[in-house]
Ligand binder design. Structure first.
Ligand SMILES: CC(C)(COP(=O)(O)OP(=O)(O)OC[C@H]1O[C@@H](n2cnc3c(N)ncnc32)[C@H](O)[C@@H]1OP(=O)(O)O)[C@@H](O)C(=O)NCCC(=O)NCCS
Length: 173
């Protein structure tokens, strides 16, 4: 399969027919992400099929972590600043018919590249996300680790689901 070209989507993007297999994420994409884009709170990057249907997307937003809330002994023993800028992955979803074709990885790589570029300007240190139970192994494969803090919840943007696991990727590791 040829690599698909990522595009930044505006609030009028269409997710008609999109189904990643997780109803909570489908609903967030349809109902909450357009408003968040409109308000300038998230950037949505999408991959479209040849007929322009959305087949995968990732929503990113600027966030921060309060270091005291992290398990410092396991995750970041040498961090000195209390408030650390982060990039939060609000949503990552691939249409279920396209699972296993590296699209999730492609979008995660875009997020990581973006975060590294930003980190040169503002000292951004982590990428954070709230992983659903079935996606934890996917993120572990990409070097994210579970951590005892709760990034993203305050925004009320996405799931707010109790069964998600907070994870982070340390860009300096
Ligand atoms: C999780 C998700 C984003 C992965 O995207 P994808 O395009 O199917 O994954 P990729 O093809 O890039 O997979 C890359 C590797 O991760 C593995 N992988 C993918 N999904 C996995 C999962 N749920 N658990 C464990 N491993 C997984 C693949 O087998 C592949 O391994 P390999 O490199 O050894 O072959 C996608 O399955 C999805 O949208 N799921 C529903 C929504 C969801 O759970 N989103 C995350 C919420 S936080």
């Amino acid at each position: 399969m040829l690599p698909l070209q990522p595009r930044t989507l505006d609030a009028r993007f269409s997710c008609v027919g999109f189904d990643c297999g997780d109803p909570g994420l489908n609903a967030a994409l349809e109902k909450r992400i357009p408003a968040a884009i409109q308000e300038g709170r998230v950037r949505l990057i999408g991959l479209n099929a040849g007929d322009s249907r959305l087949i995968a997307c990732i929503a990113l937003r600027a966030a921060q972590l309060e270091v005291d809330s992290i398990d410092r002994s396991n995750v970041i023993p040498h961090l000195t600043h209390r408030i650390v800028p982060t990039m939060h992955i609000e949503l990552l979803a691939v249409h279920k018919d396209w699972h296993g074709r590296n699209l999730g990885t492609q979008l995660l790589d875009i997020a990581t590249d973006t975060a590294r570029q930003v980190s040169e300007q503002i000292g951004l240190r982590f990428i954070t996300l709230d992983a659903t139970p079935t996606s934890i192994a996917f993120y572990e494969k990409h070097f994210f680790q579970a951590a005892t803090f709760q990034p993203g919840r305050e925004s009320g943007l996405l799931l707010g689901a109790d069964d998600t696991t907070s994870m982070l990727l340390d860009l300096m590791a």
